[in-house]
Ligand binder design. Structure first.
Ligand SMILES: Nc1nc2c(ncn2[C@@H]2O[C@H](COP(=O)(O)OP(=O)(O)O)[C@@H](O)[C@H]2O)c(=O)[nH]1
Ligand SMILES: Nc1ncnc2c1ncn2[C@@H]1O[C@H](COP(=O)(O)OP(=O)(O)O)[C@@H](O)[C@H]1O
Length: 197
């Protein structure tokens, strides 16, 4: 404790910004909510993951993801450059470690949008992280959103829905759940959880 805080002087509150993890099944609306949040609060820093998935139309390297080859992903993992990584529906995804730690050290709030396996790894390695689960209003609505997005062929949608069953069952592992009925409401609640507003 610093020498200036002696006697009955209360300890300063822990103002260290926390790492926030947003997880939830594919198609629940994670990207939509985060984009809405960052439109009004561009200061919220979202980690850009590395992935072996191929870009969707409109996705840009270094903005939405770092699109890497299998070999490049092997190297990132072997060199310990990822804070966490996981295989999801046939592709690998991982969070570059250095950028996250740098932001936290600078006192900036940090947001990770990652899958359940990644959230579990962060829980292990960074005990003060807060884990937020984004849930759909119903299973039918999740199917509607994932199908309606129109970015994946039917067999990929099937695979993602299979993963979704496991992810929905893991909801109690999270610190809190937000139900994505209204994008605006969820974005506001998430900002409050991150102490941004
Ligand atoms: N563990 C982990 N999961 C990630 C990472 N980046 C993205 N994901 C998750 O991988 C899953 C698939 O992502 P994506 O292919 O972009 O599909 P979408 O989330 O349905 O648009 C989602 O659950 C993402 O949150 C990462 O760095 N690590
Ligand atoms: N609250 C909501 N109400 C209705 N549709 C939504 C809502 N949130 C997201 N969507 C739609 O659902 C689809 C999937 O959203 P997306 O953000 O891509 O999900 P994720 O990033 O979780 O995979 C998109 O077409 C998006 O416009």
């Amino acid at each position: 404790m610093a020498a200036t805080f002696r006697g009955t002087t209360p300890e300063p509150p822990d103002v260290r910004p926390r790492l926030t993890v947003l997880s939830g099944p594919s198609g629940v609306g994670k990207s939509t909510v985060v984009a809405h949040m960052r439109k009004e609060h561009p200061e919220v820093w979202l980690s850009v993951s590395a992935t072996t998935r191929k870009p969707r139309p409109g996705e840009q390297h270094g903005v939405h993801y770092f699109f890497v080859t299998d070999e490049e992903m092997d190297k990132l993992i072997a060199n310990g450059e990822l804070l966490e990584w996981a295989e999801f529906a046939g592709n690998r995804y991982g969070t570059p470690r250095a950028a996250v730690l740098e932001r936290l050290e600078n006192g900036e709030p940090v947001l990770l949008e990652i899958d359940l396996q990644g959230a579990r790894q962060v829980r292990e390695s960074m005990s003060d992280a807060q884990l937020v689960f984004l849930a759909p209003p119903s299973w039918e609505e999740l199917v509607r959103r994932l199908t309606g997005r129109g970015t994946e062929p039917p067999e990929v949608i099937e695979r993602r829905l299979e993963a979704a069953r496991t992810e929905l069952a893991a909801e109690p592992e999270f610190d809190m759940t937000l139900v994505n009925t209204s994008v605006e409401d969820v974005a506001r609640e998430l900002l409050a959880l991150m102490d941004v507003v």
